[in-house]
Design a protein around this ligand. Structure first.
Ligand code: AHG
Ligand code: MN
Ligand code: MN
Length: 337
């Protein structure tokens, strides 16, 4: 091992070597994503110093105000990944439609879906934000893509992960053989292995939810949160921690244990299934969580088994340590109240 430890590229090449017959396409694809994240990290770090904060004035497909850094991150990833030569199509939170590979560019057999900047409402407050990605294989025959290539259930993912732009910039990913975490060393510009084989504690002492929406939650959700909050000698006293950046809230849950939930609520009739999107937020984080020994459910079904119906579909999510997640399911299926 070199004096700086294992780089993410070395780690990827090691995983590639274990996948006999691997062509290196996946490694090159992920390396383009890693380079994009380094560029985004650089801009996020100096965001307060240059005119890249604030709103663009536009509203995205989610009917949310778009911030300049959202668009910047979106554009960086698209520009770099179009050149990777290994994608047949992309989809982003910031674009209503699938993003085609421009004519003249080499096309490949992978599909990339991503949230270019998650938690962007927190940028101005210097709160941690992130990028989430999900990689699938093209399933449709022939050249080009079909919507079916994008609307695949989570268990079809070949890789998933996130970048966290916080006190340090981290990358956490899985290819289905466990979860590894890397920390960016700005002095050498490399992501170095800092968290080999991440495993989520079987239970924790933190629940993470926006309890400000209490009055809009279902009775099952209220009963579950009441259970977590109720003093009981058979379980720890739970703290509530909610950052409002999914990647940051999930990363803490992954390392410390406990549960994050963004349940269905009635605050916006247009979003009856909660706020978070299945394909580029819930599904990739569910893959990472399950690979770390955790679980991810809507309360009634495993996130990784949902058959997507549309690109920006929203689902409720309860994700984290197995004990807390399985307990939640007992409140949603009526076994507990
Ligand atoms: P995005 O910035 O990609 O739109 O995601 C924001 C999400 C997620 O990061 C976080 O968990 C959630 O919004 C917070 O929503 P509330 O403010 O409604 O709690
Ligand atoms: Mn998001
Ligand atoms: Mn986003």
């Amino acid at each position: 091992m070199s004096e700086i430890g294992i780089t993410v590229t070395q780690h990827l090449l090691g995983q590639q070597a274990e996948h006999g017959g691997a062509t290196g396409a996946f490694t090159r694809l992920l390396n383009e994503l890693i380079l994009s994240a380094k560029i985004i990290s650089r801009e996020v770090t100096k965001a307060g110093l240059v005119e890249i904060l604030g709103f663009t004035g536009a509203r995205n497909v989610q009917d949310e105000q778009v911030r300049k850094l959202d668009v910047y991150a979106h554009d960086i990833i698209i520009r770099r990944l179009c050149h990777s030569g290994h994608l047949c199509v992309m989809a982003s939170e910031e674009d209503a439609d699938p993003i085609e590979i421009p004519r003249g560019f080499q096309v490949g057999n992978y599909v990339l879906m991503f949230d270019p900047l998650d938690g962007s409402s927190n940028i101005d407050a210097n709160v941690s934000i992130g990028t989430i990605f999900s990689i699938l294989r093209k399933k449709s025959p022939g050249v080009g893509y079909q919507m079916s290539d994008l609307l695949q259930p989570g268990f079809q993912q070949v890789a998933a992960g996130y970048f966290l732009y916080g006190s340090s910039t981290m990358m956490v990913y899985t290819t289905g053989a466990g979860v590894s975490g890397f920390t960016l060393d700005p002095s050498v510009g490399e992501f170095l292995l800092s968290h080999p084989n991440i495993e989520i504690p079987s239970r924790g002492k933190i629940f993470s939810a926006n309890v400000g929406y209490w009055d809009y939650w279902s009775q099952e959700t209220k009963n579950y949160i009441d259970y977590l909050r109720r003093p009981d000698q058979n379980k720890p006293v739970y703290s509530c921690r909610y950052i409002g950046s999914l990647v940051a809230d999930f990363h803490r849950t992954l390392l410390y244990g406990g549960v994050f939930l963004y349940p269905a609520d009635s605050k916006d009739p247009k979003k009856p299934h909660g706020k978070l999107r299945l394909l580029y937020e819930c599904s990739p984080l569910a893959f990472v969580c399950e690979q770390a020994g955790g679980a991810a459910t809507t309360g009634r079904e495993r996130i990784m088994e949902i058959m997507p119906q549309e690109l920006h579909q929203r689902v409720p999510i309860i994700i984290g340590s197995p004990e807390e997640v399985y307990m939640a399911e007992q409140f949603y299926d009526g076994r507990l109240s």
